[in-house]
Design a protein around this ligand. Structure first.
Ligand code: ATP
Ligand code: MG
Length: 624
């Protein structure tokens, strides 16, 4: 309230009277209240913005960490996540997997603003309908909504058992990506062996609440006794990566029947890529184990202790929760840590316990809990994919453990032949760089190879020791596909998207030994071929003289020239033997297929050494 002369008259009873005064006080009180609730400092302003972030919100904003950062990666990653789950579900059931993947381009498009395209800066990607159907165990009805609609919800995270899935993230990330790019929900049809009919659920994920939103559910027929079909609409960029992923997937799972029905463009032809299984033998079932105390971080152990409700003392706690801890071992461990065995678990000195665990001799975790691909299965798989490869071999190491977690490495090679060369990078005409296929629990790892221990270890090997050309710190320059497979109850990936394996000394060491063993196999094959070539060369020279000698002898003796020639040639039959077997694992070397070697001179004159580069796509180029 302002007086005519401009002076503030609030507070002057004489002029404004009591009702006005009360009103003014009320206004001041409201103003004071308001200013009390407004932040006075930056910290207070920040505090006002604070709220809990749920995993669905987090991953919606960081889909790149899970392989859904852009349409190219996302298309491959969607197939990978769905097929991984299918293979896991079939193996959990103990049946040979049968998986059908259908990928069809639709007319719908997804537009992104980009700097890569000049006209308007908008790039369009087709929306693909992807359906993956399996003969796995299915999902019980009461769990379907959460298994597919709640991020970080799944059956594998808490089990110490080898499986492709580990986190409870994969299919959820694919569903979030699908609903972000196509606005379409996921359709899940699933049937367990005891269900009469399948259960079909259409759902979306409410990322604000991290919970499923079921749009509809009904009973439907299903053409398998048990299994699951997941259908998604996702924006994608169909590149060569899709096809190479499919190939690597079948390589890693020779016991699986994989069928891909692909229609990457609306007007294009539908193509069926079928990989019948290379072996009818189901790999051994992986076994579930308890964690090893050496694999525990102090914080994780503390949490385990605080959540324990069933153990009355420290001894019981150790025996119940950890592998390889018998009652006697628990007592030994506790006495080394100076912890009374009757102490309640909550009072355990964690640091002392973990220190003692490193000093006391605790057995490694049982190593027969893993399910490797198998050397023979790897060979069969490679032969199926590279039928004209000259040389195919596989070898593996015994299971080992890193930080108390069991793992095993297997390696294989396919060398030479046009199909192998086609898969390798051409460095210059006729010169190829080896390709590395990385597998983590039988899943191909297709991105971030440079950060991956498996890839880095292959590069680190001195392949020149095994008669293969190699430039310093690079992959060998040879038409060769090297398969490196790591299996474990927990593969140490660098990021949740499972692109690359993190460094661990023990894995590195085992991998190096396996690759060196593979190198020796290549070396002995190369040596064998060298000898063979020398022999052929010797024969070819002898042949020239033998013809003349046979003619002269025939004139002198009257015996037919052909007969003499044949006898002479018999005396120089090939004397080379196949390479020796070095270890029981080093199987018989494959006979070279489809590579004409006759007539190639054993030693090239220096000026002809360039020929090596031209014919490098067979092994012959390296055997001089
Ligand atoms: N095809 C399927 N058959 C049976 N169960 C499935 C199938 N797909 C998903 N599930 C169930 O849904 C859960 C969640 O799957 P999701 O892919 O998100 O996580 P995960 O496979 O456990 O781990 P990861 O994040 O490493 O993939 C799985 O743990 C599994 O129990
Ligand atoms: Mg999964």
């Amino acid at each position: 309230m302002v007086r005519e002369d401009g002076a503030d008259n609030i507070g002057s009873d004489k002029i404004v009277g009591k009702p006005i005064l009360r009103k003014a006080k009320r206004v001041r009180r409201v103003q004071m209240k308001k200013s009390a609730s407004e932040p006075h400092t930056v910290a207070e302003a920040e505090a006002k913005k604070m709220r809990a972030v749920n995993p669905a919100q987090y991953y919606r904003q960081n889909l790149g960490q899970l392989g859904f950062g852009d349409p190219e990666h996302a298309l491959v990653q969607t197939i990978k996540e769905l097929v991984d789950n299918s293979l896991d579900a079939a193996e959990a059931m103990g049946v040979l997997p049968e998986v059908t993947v259908t990928l069809t381009a639709t007319e719908k498009e997804y537009e992104v603003i980009t700097n890569r395209v000049k006209d308007g800066g908008i790039r369009k990607f087709p929306i693909f309908k992807i359906s993956v159907e399996d003969n796995g165990c299915g999902v019980v009805r009461s769990k379907v909504a959460k298994a597919f609609g709640k991020v970080l919800y799944g059956s594998k995270f808490f089990s110490f058992k080898q499986s492709r899935g580990q986190q409870g993230l994969g299919v959820h990330a694919a569903i979030i990506y699908a609903q972000l790019t196509s606005l379409e929900p996921a359709v899940i049809t699933t049937k367990t062996e005891t269900d009469e009919r399948a259960y079909r659920v259409v759902l979306k994920i409410d990322t604000e609440q991290n919970k499923p939103v079921v749009i509809s559910s009904e009973e439907v027929p299903f053409n398998r006794p048990h299994g699951t079909r997941v259908e998604l609409m996702v924006a994608g960029d169909y590149t060569k990566k899709v096809e190479s992923f499919i190939k690597e997937l079948s390589l890693a799972n020779p016991h699986a029947e994989l069928k891909f029905i692909l229609k990457p463009t609306i007007n294009g032809e539908e193509r069926v890529v079928h990989y019948p299984r290379a072996t009818e033998t189901l790999p051994p079932q992986p076994k579930e184990i308890k964690p090893h105390i050496l694999s525990m971080e102090p914080g994780a152990l503390l949490e385990m202790i605080s959540n324990d409700r069933c153990c009355k003392d420290a001894k019981q706690f150790l025996v119940k929760h950890f592998v390889r801890i018998s009652e006697a071992k628990a007592l030994q461990l506790l006495s080394a840590a100076k912890i009374p065995s009757s102490l309640p678990p909550k009072e355990i000195d964690i640091e002392a316990l973990l220190k003692a665990a490193k000093e006391v001799d605790i057995m490694r975790p049982p190593l027969d809990v893993l399910s490797p691909i198998g050397e023979e299965a790897l060979r069969q798989s490679l032969r199926r994919i590279y039928p004209d490869a000259e040389f195919i071999e596989a070898t593996s190491r015994e299971p080992w453990s890193y930080r108390g977690i069991p793992f095993q490495v297997e390696v294989a090679v396919a060398y030479g032949g046009a199909s192998v060369a086609n898969d390798c990078e051409t460095v210059r005409p006729g010169v190829f760089k080896a390709k590395v296929i990385r597998l983590g629990n039988k899943c191909p790892l297709i991105y971030d190879s440079k950060d991956c221990l498996l890839y880095k270890t292959v590069k680190e090997i001195n392949w020149r020791n095994y008669k293969l050309p190699q430039e310093e710190g690079t992959l060998p320059l040879a038409p060769m596909v090297i398969v490196v497979s790591l299996i474990s109850t927990k593969v140490p990936y660098t990021v949740p998207g499972k692109f690359a394996v993190a460094y661990h000394d023990e894995i590195h060491e085992q991998l190096k030994l396996a690759l060196q063993a593979l190198g020796r196999m290549i070396h002995s094959y190369v040596t064998h071929r060298q000898k063979q070539e020398h022999e052929r060369h010797r024969q070819s020279i002898f042949q020239i003289y033998a013809k003349e000698i046979a003619r002269d002898l025939s004139l002198l003796s009257g015996v037919s020239q052909e007969e003499i020639f044949e006898k002479l040639m018999e005396t120089v039959k090939i004397k080379t033997r196949p390479p020796e077997k070095r270890t029981p694992q080093q199987q018989e070397v494959q006979k070279p297929k489809g590579v004409p070697v006759e007539g190639i001179p054993a030693k090239l004159p220096p000026q002809d050494r360039k020929l090596r580069e031209r014919s490098q796509h067979t092994l012959d180029a390296f055997i001089w």
